[in-house]
Design a protein around this ligand. Sequence first.
Ligand SMILES: C[S@@+](CC[C@H](N)C(=O)[O-])C[C@H]1O[C@@H](n2cnc3c(N)ncnc32)[C@H](O)[C@@H]1O
Length: 374
Amino acid sequence: MELIATATFGLEAVVKRELIDLGYTILRSEDAKITFEGDEEAIVRTNIWLRCADRVFVKMGEFRAETFTDLFEGVKSLPWEKWIPEDGRIIVNGTSVKSKLFSISDCQKIMKKAIIERLKASYPRDYFPETGPVYNIKMTLLKDVATITIDTSGSGLHKRGYRKADVAAPIKETLAAAMIKLSFWKPGRVLVDPFCGSGTIPIEAAMIGKNIAPGLSRSFISETWPRIEPSLWKKVRAEAFKAIDNDVKLEIYGYDIDPKAISAARVNAVEVGLSDEISFRRAAAKDLEIEEKFSIIITNPPYGERIGEKDEIQKIYKDLNRIMSSDDTKSLYLITADKSFEKAMRFKKCDRRRKLYNGRIETAYYQYYGRKPE
Ligand SMILES: C[S@@+](CC[C@H](N)C(=O)[O-])C[C@H]1O[C@@H](n2cnc3c(N)ncnc32)[C@H](O)[C@@H]1O
């Protein structure tokens, strides 16, 4: 069947690479969605292993829908009985862009009616109690073409389950993982986040370093579906446990000026069982010295948007310039919405810049490559 992994704009190539590494064939990669081929096991495996995708969907079908009749007939023709049991709870949602059908509430009603009509042919009953597993069905109408999917993830894949303590403006776990994947960091090199907040970047790096599957400690909505055997979840989880590299040595450091952030980061690292792998300490950027050669700095500093922060970030950029100028072996990977960053840091021109989104905020990911280790 066709499955779809959705991703934040700008991360399609990273998610595509993750899917290829998991052994799946990519059918299409478009804005924010990657379609690939898979079976029930692929649903389980991708939910448990994808670090940078938002959600995984089953693609039920795609057809032209210019009228409500088209929509009704199109939805009714799809094999819902293969997925939804007699007591399944059906929730329909949708979006419409540049299409003749634009009333989402009407589309929702029509779709639900069509699904029930279809199920009546398989289950000989008039009333469906909807007391069982949940099926979130999504219609995406774009230029009169309806794509119908079922969400297999439930809560977004960024919810790994370890974030028990928060700070203001935490970065999404999926984006933090992508920042690491887009860098040259690997175990054996020192990784530093001087503005670590709740510790997301160091924790995601440690999980990558130890090959810990990001979805190992959480549940997924499709785990309640009768179509996917519980033994499949058990098998893939057991394999993921086995795949953890307990011997790898990591040197990962997180610093922050705020003691509350450092306590939050420590709580989160304990939650994911990585407190021995990461050192979190309170330090202001102005006092930070990174002595280890070939260190990699991956960070998400304040963007300078709050009142009083403008002057503060100028000082931060000066500190980063000092750290980066101390030798030519250090690399810096920094995400910010501050368009003046590159000039304000007064360092060399970045080697690469990528447009990414941190939630709804447009940001850029600046990459400065240090000298390569011999
Ligand atoms: C955008 S937040 C980082 C969020 C983090 N990535 C997370 O996921 O929680 C920026 C952090 O920089 C810290 N910070 C601000 N000024 C600092 C300074 N001069 N030195 C060190 N940390 C600073 C703040 O306390 C805040 O936690």
